[in-house]
Design a protein around this ligand. Sequence first.
Ligand code: SAM
Length: 415
Amino acid sequence: MAKGSAGRDKAVSDQYEDFPYPPRNPEDERDRLITGSPSHLDEVNHYIFAGQRDFSKPFRALVAGGGTGDALIMLAQQLADRGEAGHVTYLDVSQASRSVAEARAASRGLTNIEFLTGSLLDLPNMGPEPFDYIDCCGVLHHLENPEEGLAALDAVLVDDGGMGLMLYATLGRTGVYHVQNALKILVGDEPQKNQVPLAKKFVAGLPKTNWLNRNPFVGDHKMGEDAAFFDLLLHPRDRSYLVPEVIDLLSSSRMSLVTFLEPVKYDPAVFLKDKDLIKRLKKLSDIDKATLAENITGSLKTHLFYAQKSSSSKTIAKIGPEMVPVLKDGNPAETLANAFKGKKKFAVTFDGEKIEFDLPERISEIIGLCDGQRSLRDMQKMLDLNWEGMRSAFAPIFKLLNGWNILWLKDGAKK
Ligand SMILES: C[S@@+](CC[C@H](N)C(=O)[O-])C[C@H]1O[C@@H](n2cnc3c(N)ncnc32)[C@H](O)[C@@H]1O
């Protein structure tokens, strides 16, 4: 058996041949499209391309370590819905995962995808035309050297492009590594498939004091799926990150954070109650604020974030008269407008913690006008306001709902 990092590389590849992740049935594509963060096209446009990208023009995306295809299918479908110029490349070491992703794409009749089998570490040598956007979720933390992985991705990204990434977060995974370490000692010498039944018996017998049992945020091992159980508790190689470690990883490739998602989860002002403590936030950097929030809640299991080259000239989309507010799918304007109507406060639950937010004035009326087509200028006219009045009414609404990551901006002139 191969030893050291080569042995661990092989163990990771073997895992995803035996347990393609996440488990998906291609037949389900007939009934639903899985959407989410990162890589929703409107979200990418907002955070990476200042809301200015026209997706009817050539656009090249890469899904690195694409697994069974969730991000691939979402991106390819959303690009196909906007024209014929968008193209997605899928890359994974696992042939079994690729087969599931291919079947899902075929079931949707998607023809804008190129499938590749191989390691993302080899991307610079593959000599692809550079990509405008790269999705790499749940992959870098399984590499022997995540910095090397990020550098390989950075090498094939256009200068003003961006990445949507997901890395495990340390605090919300408390207990996972205790059980992983215990299982390595107890059943790690067994072939991977034989480890599962033994590990299930081990987990079932853990005492109440065990940190995994005491962690209410982790539940993938209870889903009844061997792939999810293995990925969480028997992974041959995984590590997790605290906020400053995410920033260090990005810096190693001269990349910068654009935003964590959802932004509100990284805002300590939301979780502090005392005015004197809240005042002290003013002098903190954004990274210190995010670090503080992570340590206050202790519930973050993953860090989802957008990043770009530190030299990029692109910014997050900004409020302006020609910008169109776009509500994330699943949040119909009418439903939100009704939910906010006549209320001064609104409670939302994040990771089991109920948080009350002050609702800005006119939120119900203004959100009711957001149909994904109307610009802020259109709304200004409908509300009989001047631009300054419209801007000051919309800014706090945008801050609140963008913080929940359900409201983005795009330039109305672009497709
Ligand atoms: C946890 S899964 C995540 C799949 C997908 N990105 C998602 O979020 O649904 C990790 C994937 O990374 C792939 N992978 C691991 N190491 C890789 C490498 N060096 N190059 C490309 N893919 C890799 C695995 O085969 C597996 O499909």
